[in-house]
Design a protein around this ligand. Sequence first.
Ligand code: GLU
Length: 446
Amino acid sequence: MDPRVEQFMAQVKAKNPGENEFHQAVLEVAESLIPYIEENPKYKHAKVLERMTEPERVVLFRVPWVDDKGDVQINKGYRIEMNSAIGPYKGGLRFHPTVNLGILKFLAYEQVYKNSLTTLPMGGGKGGSDFDPKGKSDNEVMKFCQSFMTELSRHIGPNTDVPAGDIGVGGREIGFLFGQYKRLRNEFTGVLTGKGIEWGGSLIRPEATGYGTVYFAEEMLKNRGDSMKGKIVTVSGSGNVAQYATEKATELGAKVVTLSDSSGFIYDPNGIDAEKLTFAMELKNIKRGRIKEYADKYGVEYYEGKRPWGIKCDVALPCATQNEVNAEEAQTLIDNGCFVVAEGANMPSIPEAIEIYMKNRILYGLGKAANAGGVAVSGLEMSQNSLRLSWTREEVDQRLHQIMKDIHQTCLKFGTESDGFVNYPKGANIGGFVKVADSMLAQGVV
Ligand code: GLU
């Protein structure tokens, strides 16, 4: 490792003990940025990267609520306000039992760079709770959301901090959170994104992350004179991102053969067509069942406790969660001929997996570039709320598509190496950094 990176990381680890995912996210960025900062000393002297690695504010709070049995439950609540140099803090809320400070700091850190890449004026933040929505009734989810928002409402606002969804937080949760905010503040504002279409939401927001990931993959392929058409695609996850990545990839002529959840994956060699996808969506979004039921219904293979990376494919779209592709799985993907990885999830590949992608010079679209479509359309939702207007599906989709093309261009600009190879991590990290860093320089030591 570059000794300057090593020295920087030693400080980060000493200041943030035990936050492994945060260290990982910072390292990924530092490897691209520290050599760049050496060449651009204005950032070095002002300690811009060091400042960006310290959240502007962290809010930790108690979330007490009463379950259906009448028992008192206590969860942890968090909001990390990482950086507001280019706009209000913006980023999702994650409700999952694995949530802790280190995980949310990694997500907030990535969000700063990602939001900058979208070209829209959004700072970075993230929040959530160790609350597990799995197996809870609608009433329990509502009680929890109301208690969570009762505290969070003091810290957010349409010009301050605008949360949205992430794992475990979808339309239902955003509805309960919005209702409670409105009641506490007596204000109807765009304080959250991912809202229902009847009450200030944007068309294409549910589709945006998945569509954006496939648009980004298509741009990477186009740059090599290729396209998604005819490609075999493995997708992990079966939530919002995986569902719409499957839809868009299929629309562009690819064949998606896998979906997964935390229990296992299904392999459908004939492809998950529109009808089967509708079944999977209903299963996951309404019945809140397990993906195994897809295998039972369509008579395809189900692999219990496994991830889909052993299945032969051209394009892999990890759309489940962090660290879901390890080094061995990355090698298997390559050995099986996979040459495109586009990440719908945040930080799904471990550092050693990324090393393998880079060594094999595949098209590797990292999360902060490839999955920025979700937050980009959140930004468009904020614009529509401010204008008190709503744009058509076509208008939003066209803007999303253009943003993904612009992000790809930024990656080319900052990531093309002397032999023509596009180092997407380098391009995205530097491209995301420059706008935030220049804004911080302009605003003084704050
Ligand atoms: N949670 C999403 C992300 O990781 C979306 C955030 C948002 O829409 O604010 O980017």
